[in-house]
Design a protein around this ligand. Sequence first.
Ligand code: HEC
Length: 121
Amino acid sequence: MKRTFLLFGLAMLTLTSFSRIDSDKKYIKKTTIEVQSNDGEKLIAKSDCVGCHKLDKKLIGPAYLDIAKKYPNTDKNINSLADKVIKGGSGVWGTMPMSAHSSLKKEDAKSMVKYILSLKK
Ligand code: HEC
């Protein structure tokens, strides 16, 4: 009697710990996917872009939605716009220049631009 009780207890323990591992795994998978798709958005939130750009309104720079409307979401555009963010410049939207972001890594600038260009409905 004592033994069956012990075995039963062991079985329950293994069962519960297995199901816990399983749900942990699911949780980890979900969070990594979320981080990837929001990478550019997070980088932008951490940078000074917010001081000059807004999602749907022109501030000093054009609205992200207007940028997304102007440029199709292609590798070529992502590449050249990432360069522009790093080097800064003016003349496309008006005379107001965008400041340079020379400490920004190319890969990070690309994720930011990818996020902006993905905003198009
Ligand atoms: C000092 C203000 C300022 C800051 C800070 C700023 N921008 Fe800009 N941004 C501008 C202006 C002004 C333009 C329009 C430039 C032009 O007319 O060529 C612009 C244009 C852009 C464009 C479109 C470029 C083109 O050639 O059409 C992108 C993409 C962009 N900004 C992304 C960013 C990102 C990402 C950041 C943050 C890392 C950022 N900007 C920070 C002012 C700013």
